[in-house]
Ligand binder design. Structure first.
Ligand SMILES: *[C@@H]1O[C@H](CO)[C@@H](O)[C@H](O)[C@H]1NC(C)=O
Length: 611
């Protein structure tokens, strides 16, 4: 079974590689090797005067705009087999292609070849993705015919972002997912941004493959390889790297907007492996709720069970960490700890969260990136390789957690701020300028962050919890169970960087002293719409997908028309405090973490922005 699967996989790879070479030779006979192209070819061209005046073509037409398919930072160094490969290609070209491409008649044959290849490619299922139609889903999604027309009926555009950090074992399946999405959404309605962050495995070769396939399918893309921020992994600060990688992966998004006026409707971050229809459904959930972010749920195999596995970045709507639940867990031990979330989870319905990432997630750029929110990380960490002493940090110093956690807090604050500004504007328009002065929260458009005095009585006092050593062995086990050779820094699931479960239950909520609290409660502010869609599982190599689907969704025979299936009626405000799990030192992804519960006041965050 394994052998035949491998052989089939291999023959698929060979087939894909042939397609890729073929595509380059036939579709772009004049394809110029990347090194000889001028660097301008990679830049997204600004609209010229006429284009702007005539409101011209905003489509992602790769035939018309060559710069929509670009490759940056390809490793051009020759390796052992380069000569052999080059000779083979030339030989093939000169003996089998050139002689037949002399007349019009033969060119139609070649076009037919290309069309056939494209047809074959569009049925590309990948290894895990091929299983997807057979997996159970609670509302019979997989049995129903649904072509997701609603997702493109108004010409919506989708931006697919992938960061690859030595995680080649996902890439072919992720490519299969992209091909499936291209098939449903249309190749000209998506843009694919792949960022290879100094991978040391076969990612380089596989991105060549992706490039070939995307060229053949006419999908716009930018595939880019970048060096690591710091050469020595031990001197790296992971949250900073995370932010750096994601911002780079988003560069074309910003360029396409600023230079060509092209707005995307949703950004899809592919992580691990997620079934294409689950992603499409998650996009639908995102629209139905006008959500800023909708995440899937991340499940990893662990000692024969599947456990929820993004506990570093995910917080429920009360600010607590998700449980490291098994996929088969009963309703009192499901991942979200808050009652509402747990109840909706049990019904397989989307539920609200304070923060999430958990594998594949869908972000509305209009509520985030287009407003200028970028990924960022804390700055008060200690650089161990500089032998500097641990900076003295106040008890209420900002939490040095993941860049996603920063992103979520930025979403909450920004949403609140914009709602306040909109309200102020309404009051002004209605001639009620005085109302504005009375409002506790003033809004000024300029941003300037100032330090809040440590003695500020409004600040909740954070409590420290001792760190326990991370269980590094578990991750190695998990990856070995998946049949993947252990890579010291491979991207083996979102939980790779989490603290073990036992450390988290002991932290009680901060006591809230009502007398001292003069701050406006978070519940007053317009909430950021962050949701988790439990019907969108993300998994990793080695997971038995059929069993996981059964654990999560039973036989999948539930009624199909459930009221409020997608839409959340009540949105809660942000929690007054959250579990902060921070990396205070450099040391790469696995640097030790400490944990504390920390206050979160939107009012105070807004005041910082105003002054
Ligand atoms: C830590 O210090 C080293 C040596 O000065 C430097 O190379 C590295 O970039 C620093 N790391 C971070 C994350 O600032």
């Amino acid at each position: 079974m394994v052998v035949s699967l491998r052989r089939r996989s291999l023959s698929r790879l060979v087939f894909l590689a042939c397609c890729a070479v073929f595509a380059r030779l036939v579709l772009y006979p004049a394809f110029v090797p990347a090194t000889t192209r001028s660097s301008n070819d990679y830049q997204i061209e600004e609209q010229n005067f006429i284009e702007r005046a005539t409101r011209a073509d905003k489509s992602l037409n790769v035939q018309k705009y060559r710069f929509l398919q670009s490759r940056l930072g390809r490793d051009e160094r020759d390796d052992m087999m380069s000569d052999v490969v080059r000779n083979g290609i030339n030989d093939y070209w000169e003996r089998f292609q050139m002689p037949y491409m002399v007349s019009r008649e033969s060119s139609s044959m070649d076009a037919q070849h290309v069309l056939n290849s494209i047809d074959q490619l569009l049925s590309l299922n990948g290894w895990v993705a091929a299983l997807c139609p057979t997996l159970t889903r609670p509302f019979g999604q997989n049995r129903r015919e649904d072509n997701y027309d609603d997702l493109v009926k108004d010409g919506q555009l989708y931006y697919i972002a992938i960061v690859i950090h030595s995680a080649d074992h996902f890439l072919v399946d992720q490519l299969a997912v992209i091909v499936q999405l291209a098939k449903r959404l249309g190749p000209n309605n998506i843009f694919v941004s792949m960022l290879d962050y100094e991978s040391t495995d076969s990612t380089e070769t596989l991105t060549d493959l992706c490039e070939g396939v995307l060229i053949l399918l006419g999908v716009p893309f930018r595939i880019r390889r970048v060096p690591a921020m710091t050469e020595d992994p031990a001197a790296a600060y992971y949250p900073l790297e995370e932010a750096h990688m994601r911002n780079l992966a988003l560069e074309p998004l910003r360029e396409l907007q600023s230079k060509r006026d092209i707005d995307f409707h949703r950004v899809i971050w592919l992580k691990g492996f997620t079934c294409p229809t689950d992603i499409l459904e998650t996009i639908r959930v995102s629209y139905a709720n006008e959500a800023a972010m909708v995440c899937g749920m991340d499940w990893a195999e662990h000692n024969g069970f599947f456990i929820f596995s993004d506990r570093w970045r995910t917080r429920d709507i009360e600010g607590d960490q998700f449980r490291q639940s098994k996929s088969s867990s009963k309703s009192d031990a499901v991942p979200p700890r808050d009652a509402n979330g747990a109840a909706r989870y049990a019904q397989h319905l989307p539920f609200q969260a304070f923060c999430c990432e958990a594998g594949t997630h869908v972000v509305d750029p209009a509520q985030s990136y287009y407003k200028g929110i970028q990924y960022r990380a804390g700055t008060g960490y200690q650089n161990l390789s500089r032998a500097e002493s641990l900076p003295v940090r106040d008890a209420d110093a900002p939490c040095l957690d993941s860049s996603q956690a920063y992103f979520c807090r930025d979403l909450w604050v920004r949403t609140a701020r914009d709602a306040v500004a909109a309200m102020d504007l309404e009051h002004d328009v209605a001639g009620e300028g005085k109302m504005r002065a009375k409002r506790a929260v003033a809004y000024e458009p300029q941003e300037g962050i100032i330090e809040v005095a440590a003695s500020d009585p409004l600040m909740l006092v954070a409590r420290e919890e001792p760190a326990k050593p991370a269980k590094a062995d578990d991750d190695v086990d998990r990856r070995q169970a998946g049949g993947v050779a252990p890579d010291p820094d491979a991207n083996a699931g979102s939980d790779y960087d989490a603290m073990p479960e036992e450390d988290t239950d002991e932290i009680a909520p901060l006591p809230v002293d009502d007398d001292d609290r003069m701050s406006i409660p978070n519940s007053v502010f317009t909430p950021a719409r962050i949701l988790v869609n439990p019907r969108c599982p993300t998994t990793y190599a080695g997971v038995s997908h059929t069993q996981l689907a059964r654990d999560l969704f039973g036989d999948g025979d539930e009624e199909e028309t459930r009221v409020g299936k997608y839409v959340l009626d009540d949105w809660e405000g942000a929690p007054e405090s959250f579990i902060c799990q921070e990396q205070r030192t450099t040391g790469g992804r696995k640097a030790p973490k400490t944990q504390r519960r920390m206050g979160f006041s939107i009012h105070e965050e807004l005041q910082r922005l105003v002054v």
